[in-house]
Every structure is written in C-alpha cells, then in structure tokens.
Design a protein around this ligand. Sequence first.
Ligand code: ZN
Length: 760
Amino acid sequence: MGEPEHVLICVAWPYANGPLHLGHVAGCYLPPDIQLRFERALGNRVLLVSGSDEHGTPITVTAEQQGVSPQEIVDKYHSINKQALLDLGCAWEPNVDPRGIEYGGALFNRTSDPRHKQLVQENFVALLNSGMFEQKTMQQYYELKSGGGGRFLPDRYIEGTCPSCGFEAARGDQCDECGTTYETSELTNPRSKMNPDNDIEIRDTVHFFFRLDLFQKSLELHAEDNWPVWKNNVRSMTKNWLDMGLRPRAVTRDLDWGIELPLEGDEWSGKCVYVWFEAVQGYYTCARIWSTEYADGTHPDGENAWERWWKNPENGSQPRHLYFLGKDNIPFHTVIWPSLIMALNNTDNEISKDDDLRPGPGDLHLEDNVPAMEYLMLAGGQFSKSRKHAVWLPSFLERFDPDTLRYYLSINMPESHDTDFNWPDFVEKINNELIGTYGNFVHRVMTLAERLDEGKQNNPLQAYDDISKQGELIAKINQFHNDITTSLQRHRYKEALRSAMNIAQLGNQMLQEATPWKFLKTPTDANDEWYAGQQQSLGKLAFAWRISRCLSIVTQPFLPFSAQRLWSNLGESGNVSDSPWTDALDWESEMTWDGQSPTPLFTKLDLDEIISQETQLADDSTSHDNNDPTHGVKGGKKKENEKMTDAPEGTTYLKFDTFMEVEMRTGTITNVTDHPNADKLYVVSINDGTDEGRTVCAGLKPYYNIEDLINSSIVFVANLEPRKLRGVMSEGMLLAADDGEGNVRLITVSGEISNGSQVR
Ligand SMILES: [Zn+2]
C-alpha cells in the first residue's frame, strides 16, 4: 500500500426544518458513511464534513406554519437529525479520528455557526472586490402589512392560480398539480400564502449576481477530466446545464433569516446572502472550523491542517474530494460550487471567459467524484417531508436494529435508478438474506464450536485448523474480497455488499457439505474411517471460524454494529473498525475464543407485528393531530411494555390445588424440523398417546441436534393453552432444566412407560 491519501468526504447539508426520512438516508447519508469506513480501513486520512442547513425559506415557512421562531425550528431539528445519524452508526463522532488528528476526523456543523458566517462574509467581500459579482434590478412581489410597512415575498411565499392548468393553490414558481414551472409574475390571482388578505404589489429590488458565465470554459474542461468516473446521471445533468450556457446567478435576496450582507448602506438592510451561495461553502468552512477547533496545537500544521484536505500541494499527491447527495442537487456540485471555488482561487487575478481556471498547485481542489443517488420511493411515491409521506429515521431507529436499515438500504440502494421501500420487502430481505445467509452462518459456526468445547479456555477449533487444505476456498474468498474492494472504489455499494454476502453463502455451502454436527463426539478409535472424516469435517468448521472473522471485517463498513458484535463473539479484542481492510484475508491469525454462549447476531422480524405498529402510528398521529413525526412511536412502545408488566411481580407460595391444575404427561419425540421463522426454535412432533399426536415449539436449537432429539422419551405440559409462536401453533411445552449459565437439558423418562402417562 502506498502513502495514505487525504480524502475529503462532503455530505449534502440537510435542511433543519424536519426529521430525516429513509429517502434522505439512502440518497445522502448512508453511502458516505460506508465510504468513510472503507477508506479508513484502507489506511487513508479522511475528513468528513456536513451539518444542518439552517437558513432560507424552507426554515421560515416551517416556522411560520408552526407559529414558532425559525431559531426554535433549527435548534430542534439540528439535534434530532444529528442524533439520528449517530444512532444509525454514521461516524460523525468522535470529531478526531481514533488513529490521531493527522488521520482527520468529522464535523457535523450548522450554518448558524458564527465562524461559518464570518468566512462566508469574507468570501463575499473578496469576490465582490475582484469583480466576480454584478448588480441587477429585479421585480419581486411585496406584501403590504395592514398596519403599515411590509416585506418582499420569496417565491415560496406566493400562491396563485396555475397559468397552465388552472389549479388554484399553485406555488410561486411551480405547480404541484401539473408540474409546470413558470415565472412568479405569470401566476394569475397571486396572493401572499401566509396572509392571503394582505395586498401585494410588484416592486423593484437590487441584487448581486455571481458571474457564473466566466467559468463556462473551465467547467467544460473540468467535466471532461472527470467524465470517465462520473455516473450517467451526473454526466447528463452537468451536460444539460453546460449546454444551456451559464448565466449570472443571484447571490443575495430579500429575506431577513440568513447571513446579512457585509456591506454598509440602508439599501442592503433586509437582504441576506442567498442560501445556495452559503450552504455550498459549508464544505469549506466546516473543514476550517474543524481545523481551528481540533487540530490547533495537535496537528503538525496546527489550525492550517484543513489545507491538507483542501489545497493542491506544491508537490506530491492531491487530495481526493467526494461529494454525496441526491440527484436533485447535482448541478450545485458539478457546476455552481466548482465555479465558486475557481473564483475564490482567482480573487487576486484578472480573469476572462477564455482562461483555463482549473486549479494548480496551492489552489483549492475541485470535486473528483459526485456519486449522486437516484430516489428511494415509498410504496411507489416519492418520499416527501412537506407532504409527510415518509418513514422517519428517528422513529425507525426506535424500533429496529440500525444494521437492518443499513443492510436493506445498501442492498436496495438507488444507485442507477429509483428503488422502492416497502415493509414486506424489508422483512423478507432481513429474514431471508441478512439473517438466513449471514446471521445463521456465523451463529451456526459458533454454536457448533461451543459444543466441542469443554474447558472454555481456548478455541476448540484450533486443533483442526489447517489452512493448507483450504486453498480452493481461499482463492474464491480472495476473489470476492477483491470484488468488494473494486466495487467500493467505484461507489457501487449494492454490488459490494452482494459480494460480501457471497462469502457467507460460500461458508454455508461448505458447512452443509462437511456436516460437522455429525462429528462432534470424541473419537473412540483414532485409526478408523470416522476419525478421518471427523478431521476433515471439523477442519472445515475451523475454516468457517476464519470465514466469520473475514466477514466481520468486510461487513464493517455496511453493518458496523453487528460486525462489532461478531468480532467480540469471536473473541477478538478492540474494534473491528480499526482492523486494516486486508486483514480480512489473514488466514493465519490467532484463533481467539470468548468462551461465552453465542447469541444470534440479529432478531427475526415479524411482518404482521410491523404492519400493526405502522397502523397504530398512523392512528396516533392523526388522532393527536400531531405534526411532529418524531413522536408517535413512543406511545406504541409504552403500551407494549405495560402489557408485559401486567404479570404479577415477586414470588409467592403456590397452592397445592393450583399446582395440580398443571397437567404433565410423558411422550416420545417422533419428528423435529427447524422452525421456519425463528432461529432458536424447533418444531417438535410428539407421540402423546393419542392418535393425532401433538406439535410443540421448543427453544432447543442452540442445545440439541435434531438427530439427538428423535426417539427421546420426554415430559410435556399437556393443558397449556395452544398459542402461535412466530406463525406455528404450539400445543404445550417440553420440560427442560436450565442452569442459567447456558446449559439446557431435556427432562427425560428413565425406563419404559407408555406415552401419555400422567406425571405427578
Ligand atoms: Zn398547474
């Protein structure tokens, strides 16, 4: 491996006017976290920057609708969204890389940070003084307040009749009914959305425009440079913009919620920096603020550490810039932001349209790749914050293991086309793929290994470990590992995760063929055929432990929580996220062992239960008329807990008559199958002395093989009310002893007695 690279990962800034939904997560927030974890495992120095976009009309509209101040809105949603991203496992904390400050870190900032404001104002002045802006007079609607005074109305504050279809509640610049876009002045019957009774009129207003047109040629050259690595959607959107010809774009507007213009004079009061102009600069200000806050005094470059990630060095390798965003945001990151960066690089130079302004040594670097995603749809429709058609991240994480969401969104990522989120598909992919292929494999390895174990000191598989016999499997896994690496380098997350699952699949097939569960007994004769078979079969089981270790490392970027659980279950110390990427292929590592009874990595999901929770949530939010979708779930949870604590507390003596009400009988186990929907359950058929027999679900799978149970003479509770356990009717209960330390043994009958005999 060469020198570690400096990688800047930029994540689109979410508006702090509502909670994040799963559409945002799939499009913007999960992919960069996978990339960051992968880059760190490769040994690269990664700086991750983003934060809450707290200015502009999306915030003020929400605030006016809810009757609170914009500040209250942004404070609330900044903390909700940051917490939700942390709960999803996104590495926004700690702020300094665990390997040290030279390796970078992360900052989830906010555009209301005064240091952001100061840097944006400095840039504004520098661009203005170097002739990158021009002034123009525009016409804008102005609302006259009844008591005198008034305000300019941004497009979002205007409503009227659509000039195309006649829809009466059309927005200022676009009709939600027919999709047509238009100039606000084309609306018929225009009115103030917030105060429809106030008079409005058109007034002149003066604004600054950024000379985007100066950068047409440089942007075309820059796009050509990146053509080979950009995705199709990025290429086509960028080309559309460039083909239309770039025109100056307004950088100021009439609004008081934003960064005020750093200019003297009454004519500029009531105006602020346009939110697009300041939010894109957040990638730059955030790196500088991170540097001041964390690198000053600890990094060799002190508070200038940010330059390592932002500036092309005089010699040596350049930093790599990756931007993660949804497809609606592409031109801001391939046209507008790079032109601003080139403008900032040239504030001391006279420039013209014919210059090639691509950055040289000492300049701020431009984006290398923009792996923008298409949309994740909800049941066929687009996720929408304003229409509240969404599954919200905070409430999702209150109910589910974050890795289940990370798995589902990764395997279903809208990389090259829109994909759909729906609950049945979610449950199916989690139960059948994540658990069925991966979770069950590693759990099987560990339960089988545990059954070999007596002293719980060393890994009992060590005795059978011989990697010289596994050459063919190793070659296949090396190939899968290589595939994962290549896919991640190309930002093909879905493909990468599929290759990781292929490793688990390969492990499953190997175990299925080797049938190690038949060879767990101590051999009686070291020379017989059985012994030779045992050596070979358990050799595969030992290799399965090594495959599990490999899986822990390669799934870590996608599934950090379960990867860490697996890592610890394997007896490895520390964090799997600190393991170098290529360590996944270290087939000679020490075979560690934690000596604990293995627990499954995941819990199976029950679709019926989820659907009823969803219905409950929908009912809750409508009956309370609660506009805040982050609530609602808590109510559902509480009810469930109350139901569970209905049971009497403490222990009391049992009346003899009560005991006699329990009817226990003997029976013989005639058949055992795996429960289709539960990891730990067997479905056990019992000859109970009747012609029909009975079926009981029993949690014996971690403790017994199927073949060890068949023909056992057992005791069961015969008059327990029948109930469905994960879809299978259970008529009674097998009696077993549990020492509380992970040992469970069935109560069996010694000697012969007919089935159905009463036990007392
Ligand atoms: Zn219309």
